[in-house]
Design a protein around this ligand. Sequence first.
Ligand code: NAP
Ligand code: ZN
Length: 347
Amino acid sequence: MTPTKGYAAQGATTPLAPYTFERRDLRPHDVQLDILYCGVCHSDLHTARNEWHGTAYPCVPGHEIVGRVTKVGDHVTKFKVGDLAGIGCLVDSCQECHNCKQGLEQYCEEVATQTYNSPDRVDKSVTLGGYSNLIIAKDDFVLKVSEKLPLEGVAPLLCAGITTYSPMRHWKVGKGHKVGVLGLGGLGHMAVKLAVSFGAEVTMLSTSPSKEADAKRLGAHRFALTKDPEQLKGLGNYFDFIIDTVSAEHDYNMYLGMLNTNGVMICVGAPPTPAQVPAFNLIFQRRSIAGSLIGGLPETQEMLDYCAEHNIVSDVEVIAMKDVNESYERMLKGDVRYRFVIDMATL
Ligand code: NAP
Ligand code: ZN
């Protein structure tokens, strides 16, 4: 066992605080990383505060992990000590079901093992995430990271990047499509960058007037403040796709009305409260409402390689570990530009 330092929530209403624990001895297919950077995802907050229910405490969040390999198990050939590597939201799955066989491990029929708050498939202990100095995962779930890009900007690709890349690839978003991105936070800003890089016309739909200049800098072709009816004029039946990244309760119907015939609203944001959608808002214009969960391992590697080739990283505010609770409060206010990333050297 290896003593490990991290930050954990001990309950739904307690702030994250220093926590020491032990990581397992390496299994033959395990890779151990010293964590350099870990992004702060809104899912970390939902889980730490038990907003989705089912959180096991102590909870060490963090699933946007970039680090350097410090040890490998006897059967590992893909990595060697010193390599850069990444770990996203998954650390294991059955690897045998129909979905796993297709590289859709996120939809594993036996339920994939998440990087935190999931039972380990071997010893049943609860997984603990990337707000820590080191982590161990099975080699098939560890990604290759290019030396080319700034690592603090790469970390958020492991969740915010793949979560927006995967549905856009699935629905073949590209040239000729009008895409609305709802919510300019961690996922939203990656959706803008990626949709623009795929050739789509992108409109940022935001509640924050202060983000207009940034949205344009990120590549959005237009910006609409969703609280101002004047700015929504002309957006009825407009979009082919809306990527909804909103983390809190909101009215889906207002945005469904912005979809053109056959338009798809892709929900990646996961508010704890259910949506209310009258069938009429889908029947007219044959609209769909869909969801998408992160991405599988092959597609996550493809996305990392694509971002390295196209020079795409997350816009980050690097923080010290001790400031993680404050970053949660700022995230709740929409005050994130556009991902907090913890510098693990500060732990
Ligand atoms: P984030 O950085 O906090 O961004 C969310 C953005 O939503 C905010 O910046 C804000 O943008 C907007 N927003 C917040 N409250 C709102 C409200 N009441 N009404 C309208 N807009 C609001 O969060 P994130 O890390 O991007 O995560 C977003 C959501 O995706 C979370 O629920 C997270 O759990 C979920 N998620 C899902 C997956 C998946 O696999 N599907 C993966 C990762 C995360 P504006 O200021 O521009 O309005
Ligand atoms: Zn995430």
